[in-house]
Each structure stands twice: as C-alpha cells, then as structure tokens.
Design a protein around this ligand. Structure first.
Ligand SMILES: [Zn+2]
Ligand SMILES: [Zn+2]
Ligand SMILES: [Zn+2]
Length: 343
C-alpha cells in the first residue's frame, strides 16, 4: 500500500509507492513509444483501463466503448490508494500515514498523434470542463486536503504514454510547495494590502516585456523569477483562490488560451517535453489570499547538483527573452480531432 512519509527534520512529504515499479515502460529513458494498437488510451482499448468515471459522448453510446471525445478513469498503477484512512503515526524517523487518495487520468482526445497545442479550441474547452468536473468530485471526499492536477508530456517530463492526457492525484496532506505559496500570498497581502498575484497581473499591462498574451479573463506571462527556460504562467484576472470557482465564460477562455500557449511553446521549441501544474488552494477553508493559476514548465534543462543541493535553479534564458520569443511564436494549428475507427 502506498505510504506518505514525512521527514522528521525538514517536514518534507514523500510518497513511497513500491507497487508502481511494476508498471510497464518504467524507467524507459530511450523514449520508445507504444504503437497505436497497443495504446490503452486509444479507441477500442477502453476495456484495458479501469472503468471510466467520466466521458463526453456527443452521440451517446455505452460506457467504456469508443465514441467519446474526452474520457477519464482511475490510473491503472496509482501512486495513492482509495482504501483505508489517513491515520498519522509518529516514528523517530518521521511521520507515516497511508497515502489515501485518488489517482485519475483524463485523455484529452481520441487521436493518438495529436498534441495539446493542436486541439481545436472547443476540444480544449471540453478537456478543461472534464478537469473541473473531476476536481469537484474528488474534492467531496472529506479525507482529501489537496488535489494536484498535472500534465506530463514527453519522456523527459515523466510521461510513459505518448497519447495526450492529464492526471489528478488527491492527497490527505497539504504539500510543502503549496504551503509555501499560500503562506507567501498571505504575507504579501499583509505587507502590501493587495494580492501578490493580482499585482503581477496589473503590473503587466499590454506591452509589458514579460507578457505573452493578455485576454479578457486570463493573462499569460513569463514570471519575474522564472526557474526554467520558457517557464510560463497563466493567471485568471479575477481574484479567486479555488479552481472550482471558475465561471463558464472563464472555462471557455481558459481552454482557448491554454491551447494557444502550449501551441506557442510547441512551435517555438519544436515540441519539447513539458509539465503543466495547476495550483489551487488547499481544500481546508481559509486561503482567501491565494490566487489559483497554471504553471507550464518546458523541460529543456535538467535539475542537477546545485539545484538539488540548494533549491535554487539556474535558468539560462532570461524571462524577458522567453516572453519575446513566445509572443512572436505561431500559436499552432487548430484541427478538429480526427475520428479513428475501433483499432
Ligand atoms: Zn493512443
Ligand atoms: Zn489575486
Ligand atoms: Zn504556483
């Protein structure tokens, strides 16, 4: 059973999930990918995944059959377990608890060879709708304190499957990175009287040198202290701590602007491996100073000894340059996803 362990001195949580080492393609560093027919995310292979928990089927149809446009199901090799309770035990080495939570996959479209930046705006919106829906459902479990939504794309970004997808993992603790951001947001508000994230947005009016795109509902920019080359953040203009507070119009805008932003990164950097993380407030109450957002991190450099030793990243590309490059980049093609047959 996967365990959460907390270091007695630093307070850092880790998940020890020994079961996951059994999954195929683990530690595949060569980047070999599955052929379409073998891909469990493709049409015709629905019975090879755990039963679906959500699927958009515009033409109707039976669950766990082809015909879906977006499909979600539990991860076959979860990093957490839905069984048990998160009872925390103290040991001299640190705390330990069962890693209770859900680990789900959302497949973005039926087409195996399409990238996120090549989705149609409508398809990207359907994906965001599915993310919000699953986030809301998972958040109803009272044992869950935080939900991480993320996308791994490419072997170097930790993905063992080429077919474009997202994952959600819910956990019974609030992880360190999230605590640092929520505590930082609170301190910033105390000191300056405004939300630090709102200030980032207002400080980057059109023409700002780190701005990539400004929309009615979202702003896309290279953060001032970017850790990675071409690191890109997407912030909602409206102050809201919790992703579940997203409105219908914002949902449509987010689909479009996220697709375009990933499209720019794909075009400018020739389809690099990348990760996207959603940061939303922990599910406990009392994080009104937080401001939810997305962070996109192309994986062009490797965190090495200095980064691991210090937590300080050496970024070889100034965010002002990164923004200029991405602003000029073609946001990519938009195609309607190609419908494929059963195999
Ligand atoms: Zn596939
Ligand atoms: Zn704010
Ligand atoms: Zn963040």
């Amino acid at each position: 059973m996967p365990e959460l362990r907390k270091d007695a001195v630093t307070g850092t949580w880790v998940i020890v999930a020994a079961e996951r080492s059994k999954r195929p393609h683990d530690f595949n560093l060569q980047g070999h990918h599955l052929k379409h027919n073998d891909c469990i995310f493709c049409y015709g292979n629905e019975n090879k995944t755990p039963p679906e928990v959500l699927a958009w089927r515009p033409l109707g149809g039976e669950p766990n059959t082809p015909g879906w446009t977006v499909r979600a199901f539990p991860n076959k090799f979860p990093a957490v377990t839905v069984q048990g309770a998160p009872d925390c035990r103290e040991t001299p080495d640190g705390n330990i608890m069962t890693a209770v939570g859900a680990h789900e996959v959302i497949v973005d479209c039926p087409d195996h060879s399409v990238s996120f930046g090549q989705l149609s705006d409508r398809q990207a919106e359907l994906v965001i709708q599915a993310l919000v829906e699953r986030f809301r459902v998972l958040s109803r479990n009272p044992m869950v304190r935080y939900i991480q939504v993320f996308k791994n794309c490419g072997t170097a970004a930790g993905s063992s499957i080429e077919h474009v997808h997202w994952q959600l993992i819910s956990v019974p603790v609030v992880p360190e990175n999230v605590l640092r951001e929520t505590a930082g947001a609170e301190k910033y508000r105390e000191k300056h009287g405004v939300c630090g994230y709102c200030r980032m947005i207002s400080g980057q009016g059109t023409g700002g040198e780190r701005v990539i795109e400004t929309g009615a509902d979202f702003v896309v920019f290279s953060p001032f202290a970017s850790r990675f080359p071409y690191e890109t953040w997407i912030l909602p203009r409206r102050h809201e701590a919790d992703f579940r507070g997203i409105g219908d119009k914002e949902l449509t805008s987010l689909g479009r602007i996220l697709r375009k932003t990933v499209g720019r990164i794909e075009q400018a950097l020739d389809y690099p491996p990348y990760n996207i993380v959603l940061h939303s407030a922990p599910l406990d109450k009392g994080y009104r100073d937080y401001h939810w957002h997305l962070e996109i991190m192309p994986r062009l450099s490797v965190a090495a000894g200095f980064e691991l030793g210090t937590g300080v990243f050496i970024n070889p590309v100034a965010p002002e340059i990164s923004a200029a490059v991405l602003r000029e980049a073609d946001p990519g093609m938009r195609q309607e996803p190609v419908r494929k047959g059963g195999n």
